[in-house]
Design a protein. Sequence first.
Length: 185
Amino acid sequence: MNPTAAPISRFFNPFMLWADVACKTGDMWLSASTVIGLRTGQMLRSGMSPSAADLDELTLMGLEKLAAASEATGAMANQLHTVQYDLPQRAVRHGLEALNAMVALAASSSPDQLADHTERLLRATARSAAAGTQLGSAAARVALRGLKPIHSRATANAQRLSAAVAADVDATTRRVRAPAPAAAA
């Protein structure tokens, strides 16, 4: 291994960024299915006469969905705004560099010029390919930014609701196992 070679950054590797998107999406789906199951069970138990706590939970559910969607949209718009100027400018610059290198290569009049212009064209082509990779990375970063608020709420709700159910089960178990009061003699 070359000690001077820079380590590949996860930030610039589109495959790793898309793997992050897939992992976060899977985690969010698992959390969402837990939350859906727990909230549906709560709705079924409360029936047609929900308690104040049930109504609060339903209100919270609606407000959280709107807030998460709003945050996700804002985060994605912010990331797109950052990317929309940088990437096209870079692509045009690299394309013009490659075109300039091709013209210089065609106009080469000596073997030394031919070698120099070929190297210049190869470098320009490599930069153009890197710009394409950056486009994939940018799209993955947009997706991650949009997924973050939804993922955080889904996982937090799954933990909160699961803890509440566990506490209810524990309290019920203690009541069932509690010894019956001694009968007065």
